[in-house]
Design a protein around this ligand. Structure first.
Ligand code: ZN
Ligand code: ZN
Ligand code: FE
Length: 747
């Protein structure tokens, strides 16, 4: 029974740029099958002809032996009449038709390339751009689909004969590796002074870069998705200077280490954290730092945690290896501006930070920041989903009827485009606070339109009238006659949680706690309990409103929130607590008047701001250097041995009065009071759920749920009660996840 057969197989998923076609070629050859394989804009098409037995084996091996980075999302098979193919070939890509293929993120240097990098006999020994079909840049170099060299920023480099041989040899691990390059034909690095004077290039440039770092200089170094500002992580002086020049206050810097063993000298990490640090996406992972190391205290002031990561490009490997010690590696930008990606831009903007710039001549098409994650309850929790993850889609639990563009929020902005059951979330765009940030926001939208050949049929934006993203969407909607839907911020948080957890039709009980978002009643919400489905929501409970004295100012000054809370409890008869020392007496009187009259003091129910109030009352911070700082410092103090909590009243609202009154009366130490406060918030979640949860799944979303003790305490309590909890694992709980939620409102 050696019957012959011909099949046409259509695969979609992450199947381009991962060595998929060479894999298919070799498999077909092995099994004596003829036909062809071709990339099209939907994915990969394979035709195979040969003995039925071999064809069956081919289909099995397609799934079981596929390259490590390939993800097959769907497979369609069609049987056709025999054609009599005489060989198996890889055909040239077609570029017509709807673009649906997945663009892969940038993947860190693989083990094989790493050993070649360190092998003096290899022709790519110490070559900073070594890569193969399993590793290297992808999203950052692609201009359009399909993913072929002429459609990437590698097009300007003509392969030398040896590289071309590898590229054309189906048995070679660089077969059709689009960024394939070597020291003879590929990109190279050059060192310049920031006033554009050429210093040196290639190996000499690397040597001088390392020496400059050893002398305590700050350098700008071009990487995969943009420039980093780099300096020795063990000397205070350079880091202090970096903070001043970057206007960065006390916000922690990420540190790159040469290998996992070096990380272990500086941090206490769990096995799961180790696995995440070593994953090919190479995110920055926030872990517990060890005391008494030579790491500068300037890296992460007041915190017992650091963001660590490993080299992810060959250039990083060489730098870290030659330098020996850990390096501060932070996105090269002024605060709130996008990361600098082009050489010209670097000379224009980075000379304020540094005297030396290490550039290279492979252009970055899409700017991408490093991703930041932490491990919570043995799962990845994103703080920023960017390099290594974007722009892989998040699968939706349903098909979108229309092509949707979601423009996200205002802080930590991401955008998303959606069609069918895919949500393509952009890389981190950031806070839309500056002209350049807003321009970058528009650039990312247009590059997504171009990459996916996408024209939206409907736009979704936040309800907030003053968000730049909303503003842009309104204008784009008018100019292009595309309908715009505006959607409430906290409902959006809940939707993103539902989508990534594959919730289909059932409603959930969503606790959405964050900084602030615009509410239906025009107040600033942020401590919300909602019952939600894809059609709408009911606000079943929220924290009692309090005034944010001075509006925006209160966001940066916990003492103002605390004062408002104190006025609410004691009016003018204030107890003598640390908050008061942060003001002059006259100021307090003045602020009382402002508060009483409600001048520039909007009402808010924000749980994030209640954290700030506690931080002020407990003498932790009176003003903030960066968003979320009070919560991050309070995490340091949390003590799992403290089990009790402050009494509170919950009904259709949750009152904060009693909680803070009890806290102020409490004569225990700071650590106990902080632990009791966090425990109180956890118990509030459980109590309101008991009253209003209707036995639904309990969802936790919003930036406040980046607080690890809080979320772990809630999970601990729900286990006891047998409550089913939903948390974020694919997108950040903060506003970086809003664009996903927005897409889902048109279900
Ligand atoms: Zn490789
Ligand atoms: Zn070459
Ligand atoms: Fe939010």
């Amino acid at each position: 029974m050696n019957q012959k057969k011909r099949l046409k197989v259509h695969l979609t998923g992450a199947v381009q740029g991962v060595g998929f076609r060479p894999f298919v070629y070799n498999l077909a050859k092995r099994l004596n099958l003829n036909g062809y394989v071709i990339n099209d804009t939907h994915g990969v098409i394979i035709e195979i002809e040969g003995e039925e037995r071999n064809i069956n084996q081919f289909l099995i091996s397609l799934q079981t032996e596929k390259p490590p980075l390939a993800h097959i999302f769907s497979q369609e098979i069609e049987e056709l009449p025999l054609k009599g193919f005489e060989d198996f070939e890889i055909r040239k890509s077609e570029s017509k038709g709807k673009k649906e293929v997945f663009i892969l993120p940038d993947i860190s240097t693989c083990d094989e390339c790493f050993s070649e990098l360190n092998d003096p006999e290899n022709r790519r020994y110490r070559y900073p751009f070594i890569n193969c079909t399993n590793c290297g840049p992808r999203f950052t170099i692609i201009e359009k689909l399909p993913y072929d060299r002429p459609n990437t920023t590698m097009k300007k480099f003509k392969m030398c004969s040896e590289c071309e041989k590898e590229y054309k040899d189906p048995g070679n691990r660089r077969f059709h590796a689009q960024p394939n390059a070597c020291p003879v034909c590929g990109p190279y690095i050059s060192l310049f002074t920031s006033d554009r004077r050429f210093v040196s290039e290639k190996e000499q440039a690397l040597k001088e870069t390392v020496n400059l770092l050893k002398e305590g200089n700050i350098l700008a170094i071009k990487g995969i998705g943009g420039f980093h500002l780099v300096c020795d992580a063990t000397t205070d002086k350079a880091i202090k200077t970096l903070r001043e020049r970057k206007r960065r206050g006390e916000k922690p810097f990420a540190v790159m280490f040469k290998d996992i063993n070096q990380i272990k000298e500086y941090a206490e990490i769990t096995d799961f954290e180790e696995a995440v640090i070593l994953s090919p996406e190479r995110p920055i992972v926030i872990v517990k730092s060890k005391q008494n190391t030579d790491l500068s205290k300037e890296v992460a002031p007041f915190l017992d945690r650091i963001g660590v990561f490993l080299p992810y490009s060959p250039l990083h490997h060489l730098l870290l290896n030659d330098f020996g010690k850990p390096l501060v590696m932070t996105s090269a930008n002024l605060s709130d501006e996008p990361i600098v990606k082009d050489n010209e831009e670097a000379f224009e903007k980075l000379s304020v930070f540094t005297d030396y710039i290490l550039i290279h001549n492979r252009d970055i098409k899409n700017r991408v920041d490093d991703s930041v994650v932490r491990v919570v309850d043995k799962k990845i929790s994103f703080i920023r989903r960017s390099r290594g993850y974007a722009p892989l889609p998040v699968k939706l639990p349903f098909k979108l009827g229309k092509k949707v563009l979601a423009v996200g929020g205002h802080q930590k902005n991401t955008i998303a485009i959606g069609f069918d059951d895919n949500a393509f979330l952009s890389q981190h765009i950031g806070d839309l606070e500056t002209v350049d940030a807003c321009r970058n926001f528009e650039e990312v939208i247009h590059s997504f339109f171009e990459l996916y050949d996408f024209k939206p049929e409907v736009l979704i934006a936040d309800l907030h009238p003053r968000y730049h993203s909303t503003h842009w969407a309104k204008q784009f909607s008018q100019e292009n006659s595309i309908p715009l839907i505006q959607i409430q911020h906290h409902y959006t948080h809940a939707l993103s949680l539902m989508a990534e957890n594959q919730i289909k039709d059932e409603p959930i009980f969503a606790v959405c706690w964050d900084g602030t978002g615009y509410g239906d009643d025009e107040n600033l919400w942020g401590g919300e309990f909602l019952i939600t489905d894809y059609k709408g929501y009911r606000r079943v409970c929220h924290f009692d409103y309090f005034r944010l004295i001075g509006g925006e100012k209160a966001v940066k000054e916990p003492r103002r929130v605390a004062l408002s809370i104190l006025f609410g409890i004691y009016d003018k008869n204030l107890p003598n607590i640390p908050t008061l020392k942060a003001f002059k007496e006259k100021e307090i009187e003045l602020l009382h008047k402002t508060w009483e009259k409600g001048l520039n003091s909007p009402l808010s129910s924000s749980a994030g701001r209640l954290f700030d109030a506690a931080a002020s009352i407990l003498d932790i911070r009176q003003t903030l250097s960066y968003e979320g700082q009070s919560g991050m410092i309070m995490e340091n103090f949390y003590d799992w041995n403290v089990k009790d909590y402050y009494p509170f009243q919950a009904g259709s609202t949750v009152s904060w009065k009693q909680i803070f009154e009890e806290m102020i009366k409490d004569s225990s130490d700071q650590q106990t009071k902080i632990s009791r406060f966090i425990n109180t918030l956890a118990h509030i979640v459980i109590e309101v759920y008991r009253q209003k949860g209707e036995g639904l799944k309990l969802g936790l979303s919003g930036g406040v749920f980046q607080n690890r003790p809080l979320i772990e305490k809630i999970i601990q309590l729900t286990k006891k009660e047998g409550i089913n909890v939903l948390t974020h694992k694919k997108v950040p709980p903060n506003d970086g996840g809003l664009s996903l939620g927005q897409l889902c409102c048109i279900k």
